[in-house]
Design a protein around this ligand. Sequence first.
Ligand SMILES: *Cc1c(COP(=O)(O)O)cnc(C)c1O
Length: 392
Amino acid sequence: MVKRAQRISAIPPYLFAEIDKLKAKARAEGVDVIDLGIGDPDQPTPSHIIEALTEAAADSTTHRYPPYEGLSEFKQAVADWYQKRYGVELDPQTEVMALIGSKEGIAHICWAYVDPGDTTLVPDPAYPVYRTGTLLAGGKPHILPLTAEGNFLPDYEQVPPQIARKAKLLFINYPNNPTAAAATPEFFAQTVDFARQHNIVVCHDFAYCETTFDGYRAPSFLATPGAKDVGIEFNSLSKPYNMTGWRLGFAVGNKNVLEALSIIKTNIDSGVFNAVQHAGIKALTGPQNCIDDMNRIYSGRRDVIIEGLNSLGWNLKPTKGTFYVWAPVPEGYTSEGFAALLLQQAGINVAPGNGYGKYGEGFFRIALTCSEERLKEAIERMRKQGILFAKA
Ligand SMILES: *Cc1c(COP(=O)(O)O)cnc(C)c1O
């Protein structure tokens, strides 16, 4: 066999691929697995968005290559949405760019800024793409630990000055996957200062922009004074509109950074299918009550899990956003050991926290992407098996 490139040998197996294997094995053994592992909305895309796709797909003008940076109407819809939802002004021509899902943009921004040996600042635990995107470009991720004591926000004062000086990109993500933590405006202001001081491009991943509960509204990083001078925000229709399969996201913010990203993208892909962008326009400009409906579903499920786990000895507070619950494993277990126990004794699949980085060790993540009924059953199975946080 031909030797594979060094850059892929450096990549650990994708976390969810490993989880899928374990789950498949349990299912093959006849276990009725309650799958709380993967964060992918279980509800369908709202019908008005599907109708917009069908209509646009029937129009043959959508069948040709799309414009690289996105349809003007799509970029305008994004700019209007940002104005309305977050109070952020964007120039649709230079400060908005369509992506084939935000994951694509997050991976490619590394190719635009990271040369072999360059440093990026990557939170831990985190969505794995910040780290693997850096590694694929030959860079070195420097870890910013996210701890419960630090409210899962990075502490920039802990970054050694020689690392801060070298760093080219800083990734942050709030509301946060996997910890469900929320950012404060003060934290975003600190981020702008830090990036300015050390000349770093901030990449804020805002995938859970609209998945918030109990009246909480998540701020856009770009609403922070000076943010547009130092960074961009990745956003996506995947989570707010149940459109993960459609592959439609966008990047907004600093035009110089977007231009660098577009040099990579014009040479690698040819944009998002125009009909999908038309459906995206419908999502952004159409009725928004689908978001509230989804958030009511997620917050109901959140209550089932948090109240359920608390009845088994945990001490969790209600989350403000995302469809995850991040909980410590009982004493004496590793993350993987506890995930294996849940799968083997209770047929429950959760994501072990160490899959999101070494500071995720000691935690597990539950995705609220299945029905309240199944979540209640998961809690009952744990109770029956005596799987408690602390034995009284
Ligand atoms: C789901 C998710 C994404 C990816 O979203 P796509 O737009 O579907 O690629 C990005 N970041 C985080 C933190 C996510 O959880």
